[in-house]
Write a protein that binds this ligand. Structure first.
Ligand code: ADP
Ligand code: MG
Length: 225
């Protein structure tokens, strides 16, 4: 992916299997958000391919990829601030259900993320942690196969992060895959089974958290060693 002269991503290849939690890490500007944007169709890469279950979806619009099971959250939340929590979560599922199924799926997602009590509140009166839970509920309500999360824990309290980890493990245990972009290294190391490391738009390492932490290139680029 190039923006003018800037190669935001160059020659990066990632593979994602069901039922696993992946971390995508790297310094600011490394290309992490760009990778999520390219995979989900928010942007169209200048070269390369996105394969989903063997099909080339590189030219598919974002909504079609969402319908095929790719869901995301945004680094800067992208909610409808004047709409209620329930309305925002419903937006994540209108493509996936009939009316009765939609209502039930939304209720389940509201319960799962502890949002039932604020379901009728407009999003703009809620705390950051609660708004992040609304984004998570909206992203998961249609039961996606792959969930791409752009810094979901930034600004959360310790207990909110613990809750978040639990939800992600449940999602994984039901067969979902997660690609987590996150700066909180203790969260990444405890939650992720496989890491990809970007630096200046290039993949500099991949492997288990232990392998990646021991990698000299990663230590130089990321841990500042
Ligand atoms: P990260 O999420 O790892 O912090 P980004 O993917 O946001 O990094 O950005 C990677 C690089 O691409 C940066 O140099 C950034 O300035 C550039 N970039 C990202 N999006 C755009 C855009 N829409 N237009 C121009 N440059 C961009
Ligand atoms: Mg980013």
């Amino acid at each position: 992916m190039s923006f003018g002269g800037v190669h935001a991503l160059s020659g990066v290849s990632l593979a994602i299997e069901p039922g696993r939690i992946y971390g995508l890490i790297g310094p600011n500007g490394a290309g992490k958000s760009t990778a999520i944007n390219a995979i989900t169709g928010t942007i169209t890469p200048s070269a390369g391919r996105i394969l989903w279950h063997g099909r080339d979806v590189s030219r598919w619009p974002q909504h079609r990829r969402a319908r095929a099971g790719l869901a995301r959250t945004f680094q800067n939340l992208a909610l409808f601030h004047k709409l209620s929590v329930r309305e925002n979560v419903t937006c994540g599922a209108i493509h996936a259900h009939d009316d009765a199924g939609l209502r039930a799926a939304v209720d389940t997602a509201l319960d799962d993320f502890g949002l039932a009590e604020v379901a009728d509140e407009p999003v703009n009166v809620l705390s950051l942690g609660t708004r992040k839970r609304v984004e998570m509920a909206r992203a998961t309500v249609a039961k996606p196969k792959l969930l791409l999360l752009d810094e979901p824990a930034a600004g959360l309290t310790g207990s909110e992060i613990t809750e978040f980890s639990e939800r992600m493990r449940e999602f994984r245990n039901r067969g979902g895959a997660v690609l987590l972009v996150e700066h909180d290294m203790s969260l990444v190391m405890s939650l992720c089974e496989h890491l990809y490391v970007l630096d200046f738009g290039k993949l500099i390492a991949a492997g288990t958290p232990i392998e990646v932490r021991a990698n000299p290139a990663v230590q130089a680029a990321y841990f500042g060693a």
